[in-house]
Design a binder for this molecule. Sequence first.
Ligand code: 17E
Ligand code: FE2
Length: 435
Amino acid sequence: MSLKTYDLLLRRGKLLRLTQLDVELVDIGIKNGNVAAIAPTLNESAEVELDVSGQLVSPPFVESHIHLDSALTAGEPRWNESGTLFEGIQIWGERKASLTVEDVKARAIATLKQQAAQGVLFVRSHADVSESQLIALKALLEVREEVKDWMTLQVVAFPQDGIYSKPENEALLEEALKLGADVVGGIPHYELTREDGVRSVHRVFELAQQYDRLIDIHCDEIDDDQSRFLEVVAACAIRTGLGSRVTASHTTAFGSYNNAYAYKLMGFLQRSQINFIANPLINITLQGRTDTYPKRRGVTRVKELWQQGLNVSFGHDCVQDPWYSLGTGNMLDVAFMGIHVCQMTGMPEIHACYDMVTRNGAKTLHLESEYGVEVGKPANLIVLDASDRYDAIRRRAVARYVISQGKLLARTAPTSTEWLGSESLAATMAAASPK
Ligand code: 17E
Ligand code: FE2
């Protein structure tokens, strides 16, 4: 037993609390994996002290929407030439044929480490269950267990090819829930007919009630202004009372609806109290592909949903896969793109976009009881090389320290530039070389 009061002590950080808008200059004491004390000055000793003067101490990033089963497969077996969602699904269908549990686990864990190193400690991943062996799902359930000491992973049973497009798909979705998936998914806009799409949403709600799971549906991920499954999701949420246990992901068609319909729908959405996830990096890339000019942004009405008080988070969606060949899992990249695409450039809007990659995601994932830097909660927090949220997003600040369940999980040195001036090359070299 240590005689020191704390295992870890952060000195003079600028703490971002869940309940306050402004940061607060404090010391934070961590003991036995929990936040033990927060005060302007803590006088007790600690095993390890970190001076984080002037740096932003934040709750971790929450990745509310990613596909870890397909991560790191870009180019396998071929590149997505059209850049569309549908060619992506086709390419993934080809890659899916050669999946093994080891293959999925290795890529998922490599991606989770990249994410964690950049301050993500809570992840919701979709697992494609339109595959006869449920390899992606079984692999991600094993990963969920293997990483649980440093990362919280939720797994969505996601019927990528549709619940009714093949006779066996419906049973595979249910089997995934029996195996332990946390969340039921759906993809109504990709069912063979509109009627199948509606029926699929009803089936997802039935399964969620039967197995007591959350819901996260890929909903209206298309530019088609006639794709209107969001209203079905909202109606089911209102009638079942499942409300905040339900999430509509993407909803890109909402960006194409006429304003009269969007206005009516917004009222229903408020009644439903469902959550929304937009994926700015992917939506701006996959959507608008059939437009000429002017070309749509393909992103849902994030600003308006937020203004109506609905819970919206941002996800990364893809890291180097058939839908998106770029990405490192950095949630500040996501927030940065969100600010641009959703035109949320006012200061309260920039702050809101930071919330969309942190606390709003925690709400969607139903993690509120454990999320936030508060005395008594698990010590999950990050120290960003930034003075505030705006600075963090503007510079995509590195996560200097990532603390997971009270342990220092990852450390990154900020980049530093040495200004060498405009002297001649010889003078520059002389100045730069050690004495
Ligand atoms: N599958 C899908 O239906 N939509 C996406 N955005 C991705 C996979 C990444
Ligand atoms: Fe997705």
